[in-house]
Design a protein around this ligand. Structure first.
Ligand SMILES: *[C@@H]1O[C@H](CO)[C@@H](O)[C@H](O)[C@H]1NC(C)=O
Ligand SMILES: *[C@@H]1O[C@H](CO)[C@@H](O)[C@H](O)[C@H]1NC(C)=O
Ligand SMILES: *[C@@H]1O[C@H](CO)[C@@H](O)[C@H](O)[C@H]1NC(C)=O
Ligand SMILES: *[C@@H]1O[C@H](CO)[C@@H](O)[C@H](O)[C@H]1NC(C)=O
Ligand SMILES: *[C@@H]1O[C@H](CO)[C@@H](O)[C@H](O)[C@H]1NC(C)=O
Ligand SMILES: *[C@@H]1O[C@H](CO)[C@@H](O)[C@H](O)[C@H]1NC(C)=O
Ligand SMILES: *[C@@H]1O[C@H](CO)[C@@H](O)[C@H](O)[C@H]1NC(C)=O
Length: 512
């Protein structure tokens, strides 16, 4: 749209401007070519290739076990993808060597790009529980990307395969294409299942033995990943791999009251023009926050260093009666913004189309089929034509997850045994709130001390070529990042920032 003005009004505004010695309003009009130049300049910053940028191709990786060829995926024959994604290996792998084993996990393995490392193996899982890691592959950190609103898949400039070999696994049993009846009771069972799978995987892909292993994931994987890492550290001969560290984004680490309720009303105030809730409900929320001991909690208890153990605000680890502000806010937000997305609060109407059918707070299939539910896609990646949904309709823990949250159990041990551990949090995530993660960290003891001893400095996360894009802090082997503007799925919403944090975890950069 362009702005038309009459010659008269233009001259008049020049005269008025000259008289007032200010710039004329017309100076705001921008020529198309100037606009284009500015757009290209801005885009360059976010697509700036790192030292890993090269033309194309992958590292020459071959597997001598003839069974590996059963899993080989032809990178030129991926439905709807009009470029070669390179060689990869995918299919179902049992979780034990028992002949009668019925439980199998689906994996998709990619070798590193030309500048990537052959010494490492990076494992990725999504959360849920019961959500598929193919979401991560297709919309977050894989070599080709088909995100919300995209008409077709594109090359992911920030694929983690630029850094290393990557193994995406749908786990536990009951998730995605995985087969068998879910029977795990807790996170140790889940870890044993995954380690069993990895043993079988390394039998076939034995060239990956002895690699340095990194475990990563997001959301409920904040529970999975520390427990899997802990299991591997506690069973040092189970795998012929050398675990180095973990990376978890917007992780589920502790009680809901801590990661959702305490910080929720402060969060709405911080983004009050995004939420746009009316004064009546805001006043009510403030009153509840005060009555339920949420108001002022951060100032009082989240100090650097902490003054002692941090208390729960009430009796419940979820929310005391009448204190569930998180759900009140979610309902009120949907009232004014039907497209309100708990995973990224900035979304407004209309809701974008999503090839995986899950573009926001709710599942929504606007055009079928879902990508991984297409017979041709299933055929390309060696799975039978069974239904696929992004998040499972069955309980992958049939009787619930009997484990304690990771920050209250295994996470300190994992940080102490790892070279580096990274926790990332998008600041525009409402399902898990960054300030809640700060509470969790200040209440956790690792490396002999409780919490961070010095404050997290503002604007301390400097993304290459971009500048300050959030905050970061490192103490005793743990690095915490907060990413401005990013929602829950950080590699999807802020791929460049996520890439840099992964390079840091794996030791390919010395500073966060
Ligand atoms: C990743 O690799 C691709 C292809 O090799 C390249 O185009 C891209 O710039 C690389 N990205 C980064 C961040 O280095
Ligand atoms: C890849 O490695 C295999 C042996 O490991 C070798 O036979 C083959 O020639 C190599 N290919 C390239 C393109 O270097
Ligand atoms: C499968 O075989 C193993 C031994 O190979 C046995 O311990 C196990 O009970 C069997 N499971 C079932 C379900 O038959
Ligand atoms: C680990 O893998 C390497 C390379 O395949 C092999 O030489 C070694 O024997 C394996 N070690 C164990 C304990 O299985
Ligand atoms: C802090 O940790 C202690 C000890 O594990 C626990 O009892 C308490 O509930 C925790 N507080 C919060 C806010 O999670
Ligand atoms: C204010 O918001 C609340 C929560 O959504 C709603 O119940 C109420 O009707 C709203 N008040 C007005 C005047 O719209
Ligand atoms: C960091 O920024 C927040 C606002 O985003 C502000 O409330 C806080 O005081 C700042 N912290 C420091 C140490 O300047």
């Amino acid at each position: 749209m362009s702005v038309r003005r009459t010659m008269f009004s233009t001259i008049l505004s020049f005269l008025i401007a000259a008289l007032l010695l200010t710039s004329p309003a017309d100076a705001r009009q921008i020529r198309k070519d100037e606009l284009r130049a500015r757009q290209l300049e801005a885009a360059k910053k976010f697509n700036l290739p790192s030292r890993r940028a090269v033309t194309s191709g992958v590292k020459n990786i071959t597997f001598s076990n003839p069974r590996a060829s059963e899993f080989w995926v032809d990178g030129t024959k991926i439905p709807e993808v009009d470029f070669d994604i390179g060689p990869s290996w995918a299919g179902l792998m049992p979780i034990s060597a028992n002949k009668n084993e019925t439980r199998k996990l689906f994996f998709w393995f990619f070798p590193p790009g030309p500048q990537g490392s052959l010494d490492d193996l990076l494992f990725w899982t999504n959360g849920g529980p019961g959500c598929s890691s193919l979401e991560g592959l297709l919309q977050e950190n894989g070599p080709f990307t088909w995100s919300y609103g995209q008409a077709k898949p594109t090359v992911n400039q920030f694929s983690w395969t630029n850094i290393s070999s990557v193994l995406w696994v749908e786990q536990p049993v009951g998730t995605g294409f995985s087969q068998g009846k879910p029977d795990i009771r807790n996170e140790d069972d889940l870890a044993a299942e995954l380690v069993g799978f990895l043993q079988q995987f390394l039998e076939v892909f034995s060239e990956l033995n002895t690699k340095k292993l990194y475990l990563s994931g997001e959301s409920y994987a904040g529970t999975y990943v520390p427990y899997i890492a802990n299991y591997i550290y506690e069973h040092p001969t189970a795998l012929n791999l050398s675990l180095q560290g973990i990376w978890i984004a917007d992780p589920s680490l502790s009680w809901d009251v801590v990661q959702e309720q305490i910080p929720a009303v402060d969060f709405v105030h911080k983004y009050e023009h995004v939420f746009a809730l009316n004064q009546t409900i805001m006043t009510e929320l403030d009153a509840i926050a005060a009555r339920c001991n949420y108001a002022g909690y951060m100032d009082k208890f989240v100090t650097y260093p902490p003054k002692g153990r941090l208390p729960l605000p009430g009796k419940s680890t979820f929310a005391d009666p009448g204190c569930d502000v998180w759900d009140m806010i979610f309902d009120a937000a949907l009232n004014v913004n039907p497209a309100f997305n708990i995973y990224r609060i900035f979304d407004t109407f209309p809701i974008l189309w999503d090839v995986l059918g899950f573009p926001g707070s709710f599942e929504q299939v606007q055009l079928s089929p879902i990508y991984f539910d297409r017979p041709d896609v299933k055929q390309a990646i060696h799975v039978p034509d069974v239904p696929w949904t992004e998040c499972s309709n069955i309980d992958v823990f049939p009787h619930g997850d009997g484990s304690l949250p990771s920050a209250l159990s295994v996470l300190p041990n994992v940080i102490e045994k790892s070279k580096r551990s990274v926790i990332v949090h998008g600041l525009a995530d409402f399902i898990l709130i960054a300030e809640g993660t700060r509470i969790v960290l200040q209440n956790m003891t690792w490396g002999g001390l409780q919490g961070f001893q010095t404050p997290i400095a503002n604007d301390s996360f400097i993304v290459d070529g971009v500048g300050a894009l959030g905050n970061t802090h490192t103490e005793r082997g743990l690095t915490y990042f907060e990413v401005q503007l990013s929602g829950h799925m950080v590699p999807q919403f802020s791929p460049r920032a996520a890439f840099q944090t992964m390079e840091y975890l794996m030791g390919f950069r010395s500073n966060p």
